[in-house]
Design a protein around this ligand. Structure first.
Ligand SMILES: [Fe+2]
Ligand SMILES: [Fe+2]
Length: 310
């Protein structure tokens, strides 16, 4: 039996020919095996053979060393913005996964502060960075991937419409936890491939209420609760669960409504092919006309337009 705890990291966070400052393990038949020692480095040719989604493991007691390593990469003057965006997103993905697997909601909420804070710092330091982050969205659908991407898009859209500092942080965290209520939906329903039947759908549609209860129990801000409880409301008044319309919907929830749908449309699921960014926005503007705050939907174009220009 192994007593040491490990956490997952993704290959793309390491970078070629750069000495690591922690020990790196791989998993073989359920056991962790030392792959590289602190001070050694992975050669560029080796990294090229690895998938960016491949994972390594680092002993939990070396977490601080890994964090400092990432911090240095994000603040390295010789590293370009695109690489920094990739390092930030890849290191955040495993963190988001941990947050979503964390049974202790208090810890999850606390850890999210650091995660969202890193994105906001990055946006401040690298004004062009958001364009790259937006372009790095993954195409697989897992709750933590989806939640992280919705959070990144919401930070981008929020910044474009004038949010900053604490408020932007609340928006990012609200977006990260918008689907937290899905913890209380049967896992068979969450993982079902293909459309849900009426009974399953009714349970799924309760996730905003379930989420509101969780976030209220943990004293989250009104903004975070609104992102969670109101992200399936529709500007026209025919959403759920409260059938709020237009300005009755919290402005941050209106943002999450857009970024949530946008991410779902551009992500591959078992039963549909992903749409391109332009097609997804066109679809939202025409086929789903009236569901979203029109000004925010227009602003979403500029978040994504920057992506295309880069
Ligand atoms: Fe949702
Ligand atoms: Fe969602």
């Amino acid at each position: 039996m192994e007593n040491i705890k490990y956490f997952k990291i993704r290959v793309a966070t390491l970078g070629p020919n750069r000495p690591i400052t922690f020990d790196l393990y791989i998993q073989l038949r359920g056991k962790h095996v030392l792959y590289l020692r602190a001070g050694e480095q992975i050669k560029a040719e080796k990294i090229a053979h690895l998938d960016r989604a491949d994972v390594f493991y680092v002993p939990e007691d070396q977490r601080q060393a890994y964090k400092s390593f990432i911090f240095q990469r994000l603040n390295d003057e010789d590293t370009d913005t695109q690489t920094k965006a990739a390092v930030l997103r890849e290191s955040s993905l495993t963190l988001a996964e941990e947050i979503f697997e964390q049974p202790d909601v208090n810890r999850a909420l606390n850890e999210s502060k650091e995660l969202i804070g890193q994105f906001i710092d990055f946006m401040e330091q690298e004004p062009e960075g958001m364009a790259f982050l937006v372009g790095l969205s993954s195409h697989d659908f897992y709750t933590y991937n989806h939640s992280l991407d919705v959070s990144i898009y919401s930070l981008g859209l929020g910044a474009v419409v004038g949010y900053s500092g604490e408020e932007l942080g609340e928006l990012g965290r609200g977006a990260l936890f918008h689907d937290i209520g899905k913890r209380n939906v049967d896992v068979e329903i969450i993982c079902k491939k293909g459309p849900l039947d009426d009974v399953e759908w009714a349970q799924m549609q309760k996730h905003p209420q379930f989420g509101l209860k969780i976030l209220t129990d943990y004293n989250c801000s009104e903004a975070m609760r609104a992102c969670c409880f109101e992200h399936h409301e529709s500007f026209l008044g025919n959403g759920y669960p409260q059938q709020l319309s237009g300005p009755e919907i919290h402005p941050m929830a209106r943002i999450v409504a857009i970024t949530d749908t946008y991410d779902a449309l551009t992500t591959k699921r078992s039963y549909n092919q992903p749409m391109s960014p332009t097609d997804a926005l066109e679809f939202m503007k025409t086929k789903l006309a009236g569901k979203y705050d029109p000004d925010l939907l227009d602003a979403m174009y500029s978040v994504l337009f920057k992506m295309k220009a880069s």
